[in-house]
Write a protein that binds this ligand. Structure first.
Ligand code: GMT
Length: 379
């Protein structure tokens, strides 16, 4: 198949999913064309069967706002024609599904559109009355729509009154990259006296509730010798740094910034903390599980579909820091339970969320839409 992929190229779970999927499809012999505003961050080297088409937005001074959505639609249509694309797979309904709809109008109905919902276009933007109708329009006029958790499907149907079927396709991990690594030497630099190591990885947005991570760690630290690794950067970073000093745990908390090799840093730790206020899937929880690390998470959104409570970690009510800390202590203090959880994590990550199975699920959806006659676009 000849597949166009559009995503936000900057760091983030949706960009990771879109780019890794493109790489896997190319590996299987499909031709993949990334149509994005910049080089996706996981695509920095040569890959066979992969092409890149930059969306270069005009900054003509009369435009009060650069017309990204229109330029994208025009670029999608151009690439679809010159490269004879079969379909566009767009990540996020706004604006990508709308731009794809316009491109389809320009190219003709033979071009199919598959839209993947990653979360915030529903859980945040669907509450915005200025966008709600156009998000629903983008979803209803795609040839297929996928969402990354059952919870997100429910939210989409409920918040936007969408009636069409939505396919569930979970996030995935590539086990050639995500597996437990031997990082003992480096771990010792942070935890020289055999302390337990906790880790949190995110973009430090408010929704991730990183101050909760520090508060949970503070509670755990009172009972168990422990260290905390904080990976990533974002708007909440100054607040978190301040809290670390306020709670007197600065000597036990390490800010490592953005890291490329997530599997390596995860392998240095014992437990991932992910107390998010909203998370449609929580890719980092899956990445941790693939490295054999149980997860203490909130029960927000799709997280309970990823982290099985009492088997691969614990899910607790959002903001219930006491229970999260208790569960964390319980896990690190009992070696037998920890080992059982760790094994279950790897098994589950490599089973339900393996890259081979999820790539096949997307391919099946592509085949289905290519066999289906498109309904007239004017509903
Ligand atoms: O979580 C973020 O801040 C990044 C966001 C994104 O746009 O990449 O992640 C969303 O998509 C990921 C991939 O499907 C999911 O694993 C994340 O749970 C989801 N984030 C939220 O729902 C907050």
């Amino acid at each position: 198949m000849r597949i166009g992929i559009t995503c936000y190229p900057s760091v983030g779970g949706s960009g990771v999913v879109a780019t890794e999927l493109g790489k896997l499809l190319a590996e299987k012999g499909h031709t993949v064309h990334f149509i994005t505003s910049g080089m996706p961050f996981r695509l920095g080297q040569y890959y066979r069967n992969i092409y890149f088409h930059e969306v270069d937005v005009n900054s003509y001074s009369v435009f009060q706002y650069p017309p990204y959505d229109l330029t994208l639609a025009s670029r999608m249509a151009q690439v679809a024609k010159t490269e004879q694309l079969d379909l566009l797979h767009v990540h996020y309904a706004v604006p990508h599904a709308i731009s794809a709809y316009l491109a389809k109008q320009m190219v003709g109905d033979r071009l199919k559109v598959v839209t993947t919902l990653h979360g915030t276009d529903i859980t945040v933007l669907a509450n915005d009355r200025t966008l709600k109708d156009i998000i629903r329009f983008g979803i209803e006029h795609s040839d297929a729509v996928t969402a990354v958790s059952r919870n997100l499907i429910e939210d989409t149907k409920q918040m936007l009154q969408v009636k069409r079927p939505i396919d569930l396709v979970y996030n995935f991990i590539d086990k050639r990259e995500y597996y437990p690594r031997d990082m003992c030497d480096i771990r010792e630099e942070y935890a020289p006296n055999g302390e337990k190591v906790f880790i949190h990885i995110s973009n430090f947005r408010q929704v991730k509730r990183v101050p909760d991570v520090v508060k949970i760690f503070h509670k755990v630290r009172q009972k168990v010798p422990a260290k905390l690794l904080l990976i990533g950067e974002g708007p909440e970073l100054p607040v978190v740094r301040e809290l670390v000093y306020e709670l007197g745990v600065a000597r036990d908390v390490f800010f490592l910034g953005k890291q490329d090799s997530v599997a390596c840093v995860l392998s240095m730790a014992d437990i991932l903390l992910l107390p998010s206020g909203q998370e449609s899937f929580g890719l980092v929880a899956l990445e941790a599980m693939a490295c054999g690390k149980p997860v203490i998470a909130s029960d927000a959104g799709g997280l309970p579909e990823v982290v099985q409570n009492g088997e691969t970690g614990f899910t607790c009510a959002i903001g219930d820091l006491e229970t999260m800390a208790e569960r964390a202590i319980q896990l690190v203090e009992d070696e037998a339970i920890y080992e059982r959880f760790s094994r279950a994590c790897i098994e589950r990550a490599y089973g339900e969320f393996s890259h081979t199975s999820i790539t096949e699920q997307y391919e099946a959806i592509y085949k289905r839409v290519l066999q289906t006659e498109t309904e007239p676009c004017s509903r």
